[in-house]
Design a protein around this ligand. Structure first.
Ligand SMILES: Cc1ncc(C[n+]2csc(CCOP(=O)(O)OP(=O)(O)O)c2C)c(N)n1
Ligand SMILES: [Mg+2]
Length: 309
């Protein structure tokens, strides 16, 4: 969680240099879900992400150098510099892709889960999405298909209550999102999206059920997006959130909470955190150097990769 936080804070501070020329949606404040869920997965389990995907990519084991190079549009990026922030992929660690089309990866995750089932593997697929994804027809079609075929698929809803500037109660009827999944007859669970231990625990249970053939599982985690929807800035001055909501969300910071818990239980000392931070900062500096010194794609390759080669 700390690594993801420091990585995204570093990206936010360098974004204004205008060298990373892709829109960027940061997960600052929402790190616990990506990390807690991924901690319950094997390397070959397949994760599918959305527009807010840096945390999912890193938590699944994605390479930081290749991620930064992708953001800078360089050939060494995880998509050869063609995708940018919202189209990352690293099949070697089971990060099977992200797209910015809200709901776009959900049916693809269902396909991956179906393939895992047809091939008699014990792999599961995971689809991360936000609360706004419930307004997309394809999510409900995927729910139906997954339920019908009892797919080994974990649906993970990171509910930050917003679709850009619009609060959930202006967009959807007032009911818990996880009850929609329950209506399909699945196991559903939900917990505080700032509590890494409970996220990891309920995900482990869900993954186990999915591997044992009990079909799709649905997890909902309420979280708080700290910064603007898209971009590196703070935007509370725009007043689309009720007064005090952001401050209350920040007070529940998953990293602060875990740090306090680890210190109180004598698992880690202040010095350990400082050493950890220093190590991460070094890694971040090296990743920027790697990305900045890599080359940009050649014009002659422009039409490549449109179709499988
Ligand atoms: C099909 C589709 N409709 C609209 C958009 C524009 N759009 C991009 S992100 C976003 C909000 C998504 O909210 P949510 O799914 O809750 O994720 P969050 O940004 O809160 O993490 C919208 C409407 C889009 N990318 N795709
Ligand atoms: Mg949202």
């Amino acid at each position: 969680m700390l690594r993801i936080r420091l990585v995204e804070e570093a990206l936010a501070s360098r974004y204004k240099e205008q060298e990373m020329r892709c829109p960027m949606h940061l997960s600052i404040g929402q790190e616990a879900v990506a990390v807690g869920v991924s901690s319950a997965l094997n390397k070959d389990d397949e994760v599918f992400s959305n527009h807010r995907g840096h945390a999912h990519y890193l938590a699944k084991g994605g390479d930081l150098n290749r991620m930064f190079a992708e953001l800078y549009g360089k050939t060494t990026g995880c998509c050869g510099g063609r995708g940018g922030s919202m189209h990352m992929i690293d099949l070697s660690v089971g990060f099977s892709g992200s797209t910015p089309i809200v709901g776009g990866t959900v049916p693809v995750a269902a396909g991956a889960a179906w393939a895992a089932q047809l091939q008699n593997t014990d792999r599961v697929a995971v689809a991360f999405f936000g609360d706004a994804c419930f307004e997309e027809g394809v999510l409900h079609e995927s729910f139906n298909f997954a339920a019908l075929h009892k797919l080994p698929l974990i649906f993970v809803c990171e509910n930050n209550c917003y679709s850009v500037y619009t609060r959930i109660h202006e967009r959807q009827p007032d009911r818990p999102i996880h009850l929609i999944a329950k209506a399909h007859g699945w196991s559903t669970d939900h917990s505080d999206g700032n509590d890494i231990i409970s996220i990891a625990t309920i995900t482990q249970d869900a993954v186990e059920r999915a591997r044992e053939g009990y079909g799709p599982q649905f997890l909902e985690f309420p979280v708080c997006r700290w910064r603007e929807h898209c971009g590196p800035n703070w935007d509370d001055h725009l007043r689309y959130r009720p007064e005090g909501e952001l401050a209350a969300g920040q007070e529940k910071c998953p990293i602060k909470r875990t740090r306090e818990w680890l210190t109180e239980n004598n698992e880690m000392k202040e010095q350990d955190f400082q050493e950890m931070e220093a190590g991460i900062q070094k890694e971040i500096e090296a990743a920027f150097e790697f990305a900045l010194s890599s080359s940009i794609p050649d014009k002659k390759d422009l039409s490549r990769y449109l179709y499988a080669e």
